[in-house]
Design a protein around this ligand. Structure first.
Ligand code: PHE
Length: 347
């Protein structure tokens, strides 16, 4: 039996396992009740009595060694599994790196909001070309050729040859040109807004840009009055800036409207900043408006005896600056992520 014990001890010392199955084979052979060691323990009674004590001690040592080795093999196998996990298989339970979401540009957000407000009171949205002819940008809007009113809008003229030799093409200076197109093509009543990009030859500064956005509006029907205009603008201002918003219409001049007015909204005049922003008046101008001049209706083939209308035009940058307290209009076009990120919460 002594020899058997030595052989088994040697076998245990050499033992290695690669996987759970081999570990189980080891357990069956050395640890379980039916193991070889178990058999020897049963057989000890057959050993000669004078030898029994010594053999018993050795057998016990073998049993303990087998158990110690079992623990060793278990932890070895565990380590092996852990290290393969780290190197070969990605840990699918780790949280992923989140994708950065884009934000809708503040000007688009404001335009969408404006569109929504007007659509809800029955205005449709109409689009038109950014490159216009003189008639749609000026003449039909009652800017006679060489009239000084054309100077109100510093115009980008397009070289003849670049537009197939058509004379008098311009980058539209306002979206009023779309109103002309609409009235030429359809029959009243008209109730529409025209959001879009416009161009003016101005030096770029914190308050002015050569490319900016407008929303113009047109309402032509029987019996449209100045009161309708004022009420529409008041409703719009309250929807956009809040129910306490106040507006003011200040007499002004545009060739295509008569009477004409500037639209101001009340900003406040308490703090130093209020005074600076509103030049001490408390009011901020956001656009122009008026009753469509009969000349404009007639030049689009509409009977000005039967129909009247109002029109208005507002700067989208201007409104966004007021709404979000933005001090420099150049920020809108610089694509600075730090600026744009601030608008993701408003999407
Ligand atoms: N078209 C004018 C502008 O660009 C704004 C305006 C539109 C004024 C309609 C009155 C009526 O300045």
């Amino acid at each position: 039996m002594e020899d058997q014990i030595n052989i088994l001890q040697e076998e245990i010392n050499q033992y290695t396992v690669q996987n759970e199955e081999e570990l189980e084979t080891y357990r069956m052979r050395f640890i379980s009740r039916k193991s070889v060691i178990g058999d020897l323990l049963t057989a000890i009674k057959d050993v000669a009595p004078e030898q029994r004590k010594e053999t018993g001690i050795k057998l016990n040592q073998l049993k303990n060694a087998a158990q110690a080795k079992f623990k060793e093999l278990i932890s070895e196998l565990e380590n092996q599994n852990n290290s393969t996990k780290k190197t070969d298989i990605p840990d699918l339970t780790l949280p992923s790196i989140p994708d950065e979401l884009g934000a809708i540009h503040p000007l688009t957000q404001v335009r969408n909001r404006i569109t929504e407000i007007f659509e809800r009171i029955g205005f449709q949205v109409v689009d038109g070309p950014e490159i216009e002819d003189d008639r749609h940008n000026f003449t039909a809007l009652n800017f006679p050729p060489n009239h000084p009113a054309r100077e109100m809008q510093d115009t980008f003229f397009i070289e003849k040859d670049s537009v197939g030799n058509r004379p008098d093409m311009v980058l539209r200076t306002h979206t009023s040109s779309v109103q002309i197109r609409m009235m030429e093509e359809g029959k009243p009543p008209f109730r529409a807004i025209m959001p879009g990009r416009v161009f003016r030859n101005e030096a770029i500064s914190a308050r002015a840009h050569c490319v900016f956005h407008q929303v113009e509006g047109l309402y032509v029907d029987r019996n449209v009055s100045f009161a309708d205009l004022k009420q529409t603008l008041l409703h719009f201002a309250k929807e956009l800036f809040g129910p306490k918003t106040r507006i003011r219409l200040r007499p002004s001049y545009f060739p295509f409207t008569e009477p004409s007015a500037e639209l101001d909204i009340w900003w406040g005049n308490e703090t130093e900043a209020d005074k600076r922003i509103t030049k001490g008046t408390g009011w901020l101008e956001i656009g122009g408006c008026g009753m469509v001049d009969p000349f404009v209706l007639e030049s689009c083939g509409i009977d000005a005896e039967e129909f009247t209308g109002f029109a208005f035009g507002m700067g989208i940058e201007r409104i966004a600056m007021i709404k979000y307290q933005i001090k420099d209009l150049r920020l809108f076009t610089e694509n600075d992520i730090r600026f744009l990120k601030q608008f993701s919460q408003f999407n």
